[in-house]
Design a protein around this ligand. Structure first.
Ligand code: SF4
Ligand code: SF4
Length: 174
């Protein structure tokens, strides 16, 4: 479901504790939002997406529509540019709210497949994407220096305490 689709809100859809959970994770100013729409009008992603609207995400978070937000792939479109945070007249840290929501979604195992693949690739090779052999050869032909070797071991060490593999277990590969 996209965020712009109209859907009836039932009492059972609302988790009244959700806003407190978000605030506890560092997005204290969530409730200051008065829905002016500045964040959406200045967001570079909203300009090119019909479904991505930071103002809606903030409102849904205020209302406690936990599952609707955390299950939505559009949450992951944010480029973390912080324009919304800089421009919000109410001082709402919109980008931080979205970061918190993504972390909560990840905890529940809701991570889009493309990010899982990138993550696996980083753990495996140190690169977010597998570099095709053809491209490596083309560099040689053009006399370009070889690409630096990735250091997946160091990345794995950095992430050791986070147990990233748990995220994949929970998601069930969706
Ligand atoms: S700019 Fe701030 S106050 Fe306006 S809708 Fe976005 S979060 Fe709410
Ligand atoms: S941080 Fe995300 S929501 Fe905010 S303006 Fe940038 S892309 Fe849009």
């Amino acid at each position: 479901m996209t965020q712009t689709e109209c859907k009836v809100i039932r009492a059972s859809d609302i988790n009244p504790r959700f806003k407190y959970e978000i605030k506890l994770h560092g997005a204290e100013k969530l409730m200051r939002c008065f829905q002016c729409g500045t964040c959406t009008s200045d967001c570079p992603i909203a300009r090119y997406s019909e479904s991505y609207r930071p103002r809606q995400i903030i409102r849904m978070a205020q209302l406690g529509l936990e599952d609707r937000i955390l299950d939505s792939d559009t949450l992951w479109l944010c480029a973390s540019c912080f324009t919304c945070t800089d421009r919000c007249p109410q001082g709402v840290e919109v980008a931080s709210v979205i970061r918190v929501l993504r972390n909560l979604a990840a905890e529940k195992g809701h991570i889009p497949q493309v990010f899982k693949e990138q993550f696996s690739s980083i753990l495996e090779s140190g690169y977010a994407y597998k570099i095709p052999e053809l491209r490596v050869k083309r560099r040689e032909t053009l006399g370009l220096p070889p690409l630096p070797k990735g250091n997946p071991e160091s990345i794995r060490k950095t992430l050791r305490g986070l147990k990233p593999e748990k995220l994949f277990e929970k998601s069930g590969g969706d």
